[in-house]
Write a new protein. Structure first.
Length: 359
């Protein structure tokens, strides 16, 4: 970590006098400076930094009005996400910027540099009623570049000062950096951090969510946040037909959520809007070609067949009840948990019977 920070400081100083883009400067200089780092670290750092373009913009509004959801307001500090999850529904939003939903979404990131300042102004308005704000509903607010720009620190402090509750969705372990502000916000107004975990299978995770921390590390951070007094939940979303919809796969995630102290659990099926569908289908065709006929038949529209959704809902309800998560709006866990199946290996989660999509 110290070597990385030294490299960052050196790059920042040199970039002030450079006309080339930051991502290109950093990639070129860091590649020369990290000769002492072992091969695995060097490869990871090079992959993270190469071909990424970050553009700072000034937003006019920090809050977005939302309808038809359990929350009324959302906030997203970034557009685009280097996590590169192939199922991400936010890919389609990059088209509004004249960019594509594939590489552009993962490599050309928009930073709302003044979002904390704008949020503070909006929360100070007389009309503001201190309604809950959902953060990270489109792209991850703690994706790697947050380590440099630290927008969430300012956002959380503004929420604390305005005594406004919030919920956060992330796959990133970087959320632990803000545990002090999260604890303060929970005391002032209330907050919940929801860690998304779609699978515990390391092979499938690496394929479907290539830029994210391992699920085991996310769960570790969840446990640490809970111990620090920050309520946390687990989102199993989306559930992927033929890949993560077996009862064993779902149960493995729910069991891990309970064992790490999560007080809520929520799950939802895969939805494939235009542009997202084309990207996801390309990934399925390359990684799981045997599933393509079933996907093509089952997804003529954005939503999967109703019969499959109903069967999946029943499966989720059984597992949730088994591990003590109430079937209410927040799907909170009961104080006393009874029973629960014996622990099974990750391989069992993959080998369990999958729901068959209609041909």
């Amino acid at each position: 970590r110290a070597r990385y920070q030294t490299a960052d400081q050196h790059v920042s100083a040199l970039f002030c006098a450079s006309a080339e883009p930051l991502w290109r400067t950093k990639t070129r200089i860091v590649a020369d400076m990290l000769g002492t780092i072992d091969e695995r670290e060097h490869t990871f750092y090079s992959v993270c930094m190469s071909a990424r373009q970050y553009r700072e913009t000034a937003c006019k509004s920090a809050l977005n009005r939302v309808s038809g959801m359990p929350f009324a307001w959302s906030l997203n500090p970034y557009r685009g996400c280097v996590h590169g999850c192939h199922y991400c529904y936010a890919r389609a939003t990059h088209a509004y910027l004249g960019l594509n939903a594939d590489d552009d979404f993962e490599q050309r990131i928009i930073i709302k540099a003044n979002i904390a300042e704008v949020l503070r102004r909006e929360l100070a308005a007389r009309a503001w009623r201190r309604e809950r704000i959902a953060i990270g509903t489109a792209t991850d607010p703690y994706q790697p570049c947050e380590g440099r720009f630290a927008l969430m620190r300012g956002v959380l402090q503004a929420l604390i000062d305005a005594r406004t509750p919030a919920s956060i969705v992330t796959k990133s372990t970087l959320v632990w950096r803000d545990q002090d502000l999260l604890a303060a916000l929970h005391a002032a107004a209330g907050v919940r951090v929801n860690l998304t975990v779609t699978t515990l299978d390391p092979t499938l995770w690496r394929s479907i969510e290539p830029g994210t921390p391992p699920p085991s590390k996310r769960l570790e951070i969840l446990g640490r946040l809970v111990a620090a007094g920050v309520p946390c939940g687990v989102y199993l979303a989306p559930i992927l037909p033929g890949l993560t919809d077996s009862e064993a796969s779902i149960e493995a995630v729910v069991r891990a959520a309970r064992d790490h102290g999560a007080t809520s659990f929520w799950a939802s099926p895969l939805r494939l809007a235009p542009l997202v569908k084309e990207h996801y289908f390309a990934w399925v065709a390359e990684s799981h070609p045997a599933l393509m006929p079933r996907y093509a038949s089952a997804y003529p529209q954005a939503d999967p067949p109703r019969a499959w959704r109903e069967c999946l809902d029943a499966r989720i309800a059984r597992v949730r009840e088994r591990y003590g998560f109430r079937d209410d709006e927040r799907h909170e866990r009961r104080p006393v948990v009874s029973g629960g199946a014996e622990s099974t290996g990750v391989a069992a989660a993959r080998d369990g019977q999958q729901l068959a999509l209609p041909l």
